[in-house]
Design a protein around this ligand. Structure first.
Ligand SMILES: [Zn+2]
Length: 161
């Protein structure tokens, strides 16, 4: 009988080593069984990993694109009660605090996207949803390196917000 020391092994990769990408790929398959994500969101979450950004930044972006961050509208959707009148955005208190509102259209952060677009020399386009904005923003580059750079900028802006 051969006695071996116990070792940890990640069964979702061929080499047994853990990676955030393999874990998220596993989770996305689970979500797809439930019908999410679809369309633009599916395209965005599959592209979000090919980035030079740190893993923790990419994971947050991935959660955001899947609308799985604890925004006030998500907390209500998940059955978590908020104080009365607590649906409004924490920054502007005007609209419902959805993920798209917080990271795209909230007046507190809208100007960040406007300034980044101006810095890149682009005419500013009003963002639609997060996945659509991701696809447009990161797809405007001419070559692979430019697109990787734009994806990094997108991650940085999201992380900064
Ligand atoms: Zn707001």
């Amino acid at each position: 009988m051969v006695v071996r020391e116990d070792v940890w092994s990640w069964t979702l990769s061929l080499d047994g080593r853990y990676s955030v990408k393999s874990a998220c790929s596993f989770l996305i398959k689970d979500l797809m069984v439930m019908g999410i994500p679809q369309g633009e969101v599916l395209k965005a979450v599959s592209r979000v990993w090919k980035s030079w950004a740190p893993s923790k930044v990419i994971v947050f972006s991935w959660q955001l694109l899947l609308d799985m961050i604890p925004s006030r509208s998500n907390l209500i959707r998940w059955g978590i009660s908020l104080p009365e009148g607590g649906v409004g955005c924490v920054f502007c208190d005007v609209l419902s605090e959805s993920s798209a509102h917080l990271f795209l259209s909230c007046p507190s952060f809208f100007t960040v996207w406007y300034q980044v677009s101006r810095w890149l020399g682009w005419d500013f386009v009003m963002p639609l949803g997060l996945a659509q904005q991701f696809q447009v923003f990161t797809g405007l580059g001419g070559g692979k390196r430019v697109r990787l750079g734009l994806l990094l900028v997108w991650h940085i802006v999201i992380w900064t917000i």
